[in-house]
Design a protein around this ligand. Structure first.
Ligand code: RFL
Length: 414
């Protein structure tokens, strides 16, 4: 079994396969240090925590993570807070930086004897529909190498080899949200005890805690803008303006330690299985960061895939693998739908500035925010979708049982 990519999806899958006694190797293009320090997600859904708990992989997040259940919207009409942890299903996020989760998963995988090759770039997956599936790689010294495998898990993100190797018939539903964000990490404590969403005529601004020392900020910026064009002073002044610091209190400034422009886009590959090649995580679908779904989907899909692979490889039963794609796509489309809604809530719709469109759409957005501020039913709906991936009876009843790390090992057959 070959797993491409050592992100949350690939490393959780590696741990679960190892626990099932399935021989696997993880191939990772980047260096170990890069993988362990890449700052991205931070808001883990309760279902993600439950999955990691189920497999004994949540010690780090219980030790160092913090639960979080409030968000604040700031608009020209004032501000309001939603204690989403007390609404809907009454569940909270756990704030735990993705690089810490990746480090935990990698450490456990290596401690359990897992094989991983860093600096090894997968070039392509071959013969996924045939009798001799294999992966070709470029080794650290530049040599091409071939890895034969019964199954290949494509967990190598949106630009990885798995996506490039899809057969011509595979569908890629791509949707450009038409908005770009300057994503920033500031070496500064959070300025609010809530996720902050500022809706402003100059564009969206966001505030999200990562740790007591580091905070993520976002600034909507024009498409094609360069991250380096923004001086630190300009960034903080713009954040102050859009977050309405003069009215609601100052932001705690600090050096900007990371910056990059993200063009908000969503896409979904369909189906997620092509013979021996199975996609999970960002390789399967990309969600814009507005609703913090990407890492959570990656963990959910890795667990479902691990169970299905264990049944196929140790029990000789492919039924769960056959269901894998449809099962995950149900969650993916729900996450996409909410992300789309959330993106619409936070931005003016680009390209609608002509013929009074901008006023019309700004007014719709205002009405939507007002409904969220005043309607308990709307708030419950928001909380449920914000914090959860939809729980369907399908997942709880029909998912293949998943081997548990640190518990009884399933005997390996092949
Ligand atoms: P990853 O984490 O991208 O890992 C893929 C790995 O594959 C390697 N790779 C290859 N290896 C071998 N051969 C090749 N040809 C390869 N090509 C690539 C890469 O080096 C990498 O190590 O994918 P995975 O595991 O699917 O995990 C997905 C998540 O990383 C992603 O969805 C989230 O970070 C999205 N996201 C968020 N998700 C949340 O659930 N909550 C959040 O709060 C949240 N915040 C964010 C985010 C993404 C962001 N970016 C990247 C736009 C904030 C930001 C700024």
């Amino acid at each position: 079994m070959v797993v491409l990519g050592a992100g949350p999806a690939g490393l959780l899958l590696g741990n679960l396969l190892l626990a099932a006694g399935i021989d696997c190797v993880v191939l990772e293009r980047a260096a170990r240090l890069h993988v362990q320090t890449r700052a991205r997600a931070g808001f883990l859904a309760p279902n993600t925590v439950r999955i990691l708990d189920r497999h004994g992989l949540a010690d780090g997040l219980h030790r160092d993570g913090r639960t979080h259940g409030t968000c604040e919207f700031r608009t020209a009409d004032g501000r309001f807070r939603l204690d989403y942890g007390t609404l809907g299903r009454r569940e909270q996020h756990t704030v735990y930086p993705q690089q810490n989760l990746v480090t935990d998963l990698l450490t456990r995988y290596l401690d359990a004897g897992g094989r991983i090759r860093f600096h090894t770039e997968a070039l392509a997956v071959h013969d996924a529909d045939g009798a001799r599936p294999h992966v070709t790689t470029r080794e650290p010294d530049g040599r091409p190498t071939r890895w034969d495998a019964r199954y290949v898990a494509g967990c190598d993100g949106r630009h990885g080899a798995a996506r490039r190797s899809l057969p011509p018939g595979a569908l890629r539903h791509h949707h450009d949200l038409g908005v770009s964000w300057l994503g920033l990490l500031a070496e500064a404590p959070p300025s609010l005890d809530a996720v902050g969403y500022a809706v402003h005529d100059r564009g969206f601004a966001g505030h999200m805690a990562r740790s007591p020392q580091v905070t993520r900020y976002y600034l909507e910026c024009p498409r094609g803008a360069s991250a380096d064009a923004w001086s630190e002073e300009r960034i903080w002044d713009e954040l102050d303006l859009r977050m309405r610091a003069a009215e609601h209190g100052p932001l705690r400034r600090g050096p900007i330690i990371e910056r990059g422009v993200v063009d908000l886009a969503c896409d979904v590959v369909e189906p997620l299985r092509h013979g021996s090649l199975l996609l999970a995580g960002d390789a399967a679908s990309l969600t814009a960061p507005a609703a913090a779904k990407g890492a959570n989907l990656a963990v959910l899909e890795a667990e479902i895939l691990a169970g299905a692979l264990a049944e196929a490889l140790t029990g000789g039963d492919d039924a769960a693998l056959d269901r894998y794609s449809a099962q995950c796509l149900a969650y993916i489309w729900r996450a996409q739908e909410f992300t789309q809604w959330m993106t619409g809530l936070l931005h003016a719709t680009p390209g609608q500035d002509r013929s009074g469109g901008s006023f019309f759409h700004a007014s719709l957005r205002r009405a939507r925010l007002d409904s969220l501020r005043t309607s308990r039913a709307h708030q419950d709906w928001f909380a449920e979708n914000y914090v959860c991936l939809s729980y369907t009876s399908e997942y709880t009843s029909a998912a293949a049982p998943v081997p548990t790390v640190g518990r009884r090992k399933i005997k390996k057959k092949n």
